[in-house]
Design a protein around this ligand. Structure first.
Ligand code: BGC
Length: 437
């Protein structure tokens, strides 16, 4: 049982929870298909064979879910808008109702425009998808912009590139390995174009939610150090350097698009200043030289031809997913960002943090959140300008290729009855938020 009070965060610090459209909404019949609908329909893609056709049925139960948010006492709710739904008649009406409901409950809406559910007619290998994204961003801002508190262009382009296009573990299921890099470039370009489009539509307070975590070399040997450096470039710096420094890490730029001229011009768009920088953090990764065999990694099987291998972080508790619980790595990550990017780093918001575990008496989740919030506070004390913290996730939901087997929610969802039951961690967070007032 955790008893020490959580230290005070700066005034105006934003406490919130996150979800994404495909993982909770259901109502798949009221929108165009996305790449995830196609992917989940293919046998063997999702571990429990499930789909997100119903998920938490949030589309029909959003009022109940907003009431849970209000009772929890969060300042803000991060959710994503489904591009395939917006493309369908009446699709934006749903988000209009949701945003009104949130505002009436005193919860500030934070909108993610892309959380992996690409309309099936589009493809991130195509450069034009970036322009289409900017048009879509304008349409959403035109309708919701008067009430949305913060905008997030993309969620984790790194994972969408790596898992969806390089390794084939997520939709659209491609296994292109390094030929997937243009997918990263086109998403980053889409981000920059959308920042401009949102501003042109009068929207402000714009950021991105990138996943980051410290990379720990397996040892000090040159081979392990080089492998860890490579991994860090690929998963971290490839996504933060272009946004914050206007350049790709050395040696990568030429792999990003078909034409090097495009890359140089695009980087100016990609580096369009954001108002804040969102970081999704779950765990650090220990990385060493390749070991010549398939590697099991957080539910994935990484191919042996990769120029690195992921090693176990020993002596730590692990979540249901097998991810190590290392709160102090969040402090390391944030102070490392501050060192690397200096004044070019805008205020930071932790846009996702949380863990998967079973049961409604979820002591492991309380311990995880308690440890990470304290680690976040240490980063604030060390001078990092952190403005908010969002727990992943409000509800148990469709955990992508894992189906419904992993439960990240503060609120339990019974997938037969769709009944919501707040877990112990929900009560713990509510108490924390009340104590702060
Ligand atoms: C994603 C979420 C996902 C969570 C837990 C993040 O990578 O943004 O959609 O559910 O991690 O795996």
């Amino acid at each position: 049982m955790v008893t020490n009070p959580i230290p005070q965060f700066p005034a105006g610090f934003l406490w919130g929870v996150s979800t994404s459209a495909h993982q909770i909404e259901g109502a798949a019949d009221a929108r165009e298909p996305s790449v995830w609908d196609v992917f989940t329909a293919e046998p063997g893609r999702v571990k429990d064979g499930s789909t997100a056709a119903v998920a938490c049925d949030h589309y029909h139960r959003y009022r109940e879910d907003v009431a849970l948010l209000a009772d929890l006492g969060v300042d803000a709710y991060r959710f994503s808008v489904s591009w395939p739904r917006v493309n369908s008649p009446g699709g934006l009406d749903f988000y209009d109702r949701l945003v009104d409901e949130l505002c009436a409950a005193g919860v500030r809406p934070v909108v993610t425009l892309f959380h992996w559910d690409l309309p099936v007619t589009l493809d991130w290998l195509e450069r034009d998808t970036a322009s289409r994204f900017a048009d879509y961003a304008s349409a959403v801002a035109g309708r919701l912009g008067d009430r949305v508190a913060k905008w997030i262009t993309l969620n984790e382009p790194a994972e969408h590139t790596l898992l969806g296009h390089a390794l084939g573990a997520h939709a659209p299921g491609r296994r292109l390995m390094f030929d997937a890099l243009p997918v990263a470039h086109h998403q980053l370009l889409a981000h920059g174009l959308a920042v401009r489009a949102l501003r042109a539509a009068g929207a402000g307070d714009i950021g991105i939610a990138n996943s980051h975590g410290p990379t720990w070399p397996a040892s000090a040997t040159p081979e392990d150090m080089a492998a860890a450096e490579f991994y860090d470039v690929l998963l971290n710096r490839l996504f933060s350097d272009p946004l914050l420094l206007g350049r790709y890490p050395e040696g990568i730029g030429e792999l990003m698009a078909k034409s090097p001229e495009d890359v140089a011009t695009d980087l100016k768009v990609i580096a369009e200043p954001v108002d804040w920088y969102g970081i999704n953090y779950y765990a650090p990764t220990r990385v060493g030289a390749p070991q010549g065999e398939e590697i099991a990694f957080g539910g994935l099987s990484l191919p042996s031809e990769l120029p690195f291998s992921v090693r176990e972080i020993e002596g730590r508790p692990v979540t249901d997913f097998g991810w190590p619980v290392v709160p102090e790595a969040l402090t390391e990550l944030l102070t490392g960002f501050r060192e690397r990017y200096g004044d070019r780093l805008p205020p930071v918001v932790v846009t996702e943090n949380g863990c998967s575990c079973e049961g409604v008496e979820d002591r492991e989740r309380i311990a995880y959140l308690d440890g990470h919030i304290r680690a976040l506070h240490r980063a604030v004390e060390a001078g990092v300008d952190v403005r908010g913290y969002f727990v992943w996730s409000l509800l148990d939901n469709f955990e992508w290729a894992e189906g419904y087997a992993r439960r990240f929610g503060l609120v339990h969802v019974d997938y037969t009855t769709l009944e919501r039951t707040p877990k112990a961690s929900y009560g713990w967070l509510r108490d924390l938020l009340r104590a702060r007032r």
